[in-house]
Design a protein. Structure first.
Length: 85
């Protein structure tokens, strides 16, 4: 059975029929959305590969840099969660 579509996809639709029609469009866009998810995962790996090394801790702003990376990873996860497959 298909994973339920996140309600954020159809939140702006005026009627249940319009929402159902849009859900069909999203579910029929598997090629595009699968590629988008791959791109997001590539970016996620790039962020992970650029993790801090011991010399980075010499920079007084290391915690800000780490917080920024964590924020990026959070956004990527949220975007990936929107893709139902």
């Amino acid at each position: 059975m298909a994973k339920p579509l996140d309600s954020r996809w159809t939140r702006t639709k005026r009627s249940p029929d319009e929402a159902k029609d849009f859900e069909v469009i999203v579910r029929n866009s598997t090629l595009l959305l699968t590629r988008l998810k791959e791109i997001l995962e590539e970016h996620e790996r790039e962020i992970g590969n650029s993790s801090l090394n011991i010399k980075d801790f010499e920079d007084p702003n290391w915690s800000h840099k780490q917080a920024f990376k964590n924020g990026e990873l959070t956004v990527l996860k949220q975007l990936k969660d929107l893709i139902p497959f």
